[in-house]
Design a protein around this ligand. Structure first.
Ligand code: FE2
Length: 218
């Protein structure tokens, strides 16, 4: 368990195949870190491919196609720190793609990212929140957010950052990690790494991944 946390700190993620496969996801996640409840009844979320869903979701827009790179809940003032994905039914040909935000920091620069103001594409509860792409956090770290679908630039520097990040995403070489066997886990630092889902072939629609958000790691 220690090395899982160390890998997340060092690389921004940790993958472990068949990690306690017979154990309930809630129990596995509780041992790894502090569970968050992003919405009522939402501690353990089942992710299954959908050909149709509400239009304000990735499934509603992209269906079985590839999801674009993003960080989760980027419209929150402070998005959840960690995302745990755990395989229930998976396939090697439906990998999760990861991209280290550090490469974006290096090229777009922290100076621009911390001054880049974004906002939701559509108001939530009648109001828009102004959010920085990169927010200094307690300690010496940063919370990086990116969602090119549901967030849009709200300042000149924001537009510059938007353009540069989109260029970066076109030229990047992501890591490809398949949650293929029951119990496989992928723990992602959601303040650093972007992730994307690869397309779902028609014969893979029974893929099922469980997701839990964690606040800190034990
Ligand atoms: Fe996501």
């Amino acid at each position: 368990m220690h090395s899982i946390k160390e890998n997340v700190i060092r690389y921004g993620y940790a993958f472990v195949d068949r990690y306690c496969p017979g154990t309930d996801t809630f129990v596995v996640a509780s041992a790894l870190g502090q569970l968050l409840t992003p919405w009522d009844g939402g501690v353990v979320q089942d992710l299954v491919p959908r050909t149709s869903a509400t239009p304000n979701t990735y499934s509603g827009i992209y269906g079985l196609d590839r999801f674009p790179f993003h960080t989760d809940l980027a419209h929150w003032r402070l998005p959840p720190r960690y995302v745990l994905l755990r395989c229930i039914t998976g396939y090697t040909d439906v990998p999760t793609l990861l991209l280290d935000g550090q490469t974006i920091f290096d090229i777009v620069t922290l100076d621009i990212l911390t001054r880049a103001i974004f906002t939701q594409r559509r108001p939530r509860d009648g109001s828009l929140t102004l959010l920085r792409l990169c927010e200094p956090t307690d300690g010496d770290g940063y919370c990086f957010r990116w969602d090119g679908v549901f967030l849009k630039p709200a300042s000149r520097i924001g537009e510059l950052a938007d353009q540069r990040i989109r260029e970066q995403l076109l030229n990047c070489s992501p890591l490809s990690i398949a949650l293929a066997r029951a119990g496989d886990i992928l723990l992602i630092d959601n303040w650093r790494m972007l992730h994307a889902r690869s397309p779902i072939p028609a014969e893979r629609v029974d893929r099922k991944i469980q997701r839990i958000y964690l606040g800190y790691l034990h």
